[in-house]
Design a protein around this ligand. Structure first.
Ligand code: MRU
Length: 346
């Protein structure tokens, strides 16, 4: 079952809030409903959100055609709602913009759906390509650490960081994947561990706070994570906690690799300081599995993402290139100008 797909005039998603207890799909028939599922993280992860943006626009066009509505007006409303559903992953607004551009070029409802389906299909090939590249870069690493979920569940059916891990394991069996549980919503222990278990890849879940000690203790050879937005200077926004792992990896002298499609790179955002970080309900931090555990009267702060400075990133691996994050920081003017002039991590 794909994480997100089109089925009988609806957007079909896996409800990730119910994993790993049950694997259940939801057929989403309205854009407003899709926005609710994006906010609740029923569908989540940057590449999957890109496809959600595109399929959401196709859904709006489909419903508009059915009801004889004004297609452009309906698409404008849908574009606003979808783009604003979550602010950090640039893929969401990227997916919406791809469909807006198709409409501007004259596409009707059927062609808009075809454009969205092409984005869905491309996601699989793109992630396989970047995963091959990432696995080549990290060949020889047998004990790796990852944070959050950048697997098939964050994409259509093949992951980014977890795609790299899968490819590494296929080349030579991994000794261990250390999976950070990823407080507060546990994408690591609920989703990444589930995916690795399904693929028979050895893994251990650790508390996020155990990662630095593990790295300094020599038990990890590389860290690989996904990204929600990469600024033009190479700064990387990803799930909160990522920057702590990057700092520890840097101190321990370990490669810290970011695996992400080109659509996660946002040339319009100069540096990480400009990235809007989603602030979620503090209750998510004050509670565990829906039950309040914090001291009565205490308040919380719950940013969903943090920014890792480019200087801490050994390499950003996309489907087209390998970018040396540290070179980005030093030479911002050459970043994203194409392969020429970019240092390639090896
Ligand atoms: O809040 P989430 O679960 O959507 O956050 C997801 C992440 O931070 C992932 O690491 C990122 O989107 C990359 S997914 C290939």
């Amino acid at each position: 079952m794909r994480t997100i797909d089109w089925a009988d005039g609806t957007v079909r998603i896996i409800d990730q809030t119910r994993l790993p207890a049950e694997l259940v799909g939801i057929d989403v028939g309205e854009v407003d409903e899709l926005v609710v599922h994006i906010r609740s993280l029923a569908v989540r992860g940057a590449p999957a959100l890109g496809v959600a943006g595109a399929l959401g626009m196709a859904l709006a066009a489909y419903r508009s055609a059915e009801s004889g509505g004004d297609l452009d007006a309906d698409l404008a409303v849908a574009a606003d709602k979808l783009s604003q559903a979550r602010p950090t992953a640039v893929n969401l607004s990227w997916g919406v913009e791809q469909l807006r551009a198709a409409r501007a070029a004259g596409a009707g409802a059927e062609q808009l759906l075809a454009a969205a389906l092409a984005i869905r299909d491309a996601d699989i090939e793109i992630n396989q390509a970047l995963s091959d590249r990432g696995a080549q870069l990290l060949a020889g690493s047998r004990r790796v650490l990852t944070h959050c979920n950048a697997g098939a569940l964050a994409c259509v059916e093949f992951g980014t960081a977890l795609g790299v891990i899968e490819r590494l394991h296929a080349a030579a069996p991994l000794e261990m994947v250390y999976v950070c549980e990823t407080r507060p919503l546990l994408q690591g222990s609920r989703l990444t561990a589930w995916e690795l278990g399904q693929r028979g890849i050895p893994h251990r879940i650790i508390a996020d706070s155990a990662a630095a000690g593990l790295m300094l203790g020599g038990q990890v050879q590389a860290v690989v994570v996904g990204a929600d937005r990469i600024a033009a200077n190479g700064d990387v926004a990803n799930k909160v906690g990522t920057v702590s792992h990057a700092l520890a990896a840097s101190y321990a002298g370990l490669p810290f690799v970011v695996a992400a499609p080109e659509s996660t790179i946002d040339p319009g955002t100069e540096s990480g300081a400009e990235i809007s970080i989603e602030l979620r309900d503090a209750e998510e931090v004050l509670a565990l599995a829906g039950r309040r555990v914090a001291a009565p009267g205490s308040s919380g702060w719950n940013p969903a993402f943090d920014v890792t400075p480019a200087a801490l990133v050994t390499a950003i691996v996309t489907e087209r290139r390998t970018i040396d994050g540290r070179a980005c920081e030093l030479r911002p003017e050459v970043v994203l100008a194409g392969d020429a002039g970019l240092a390639t991590a090896g």
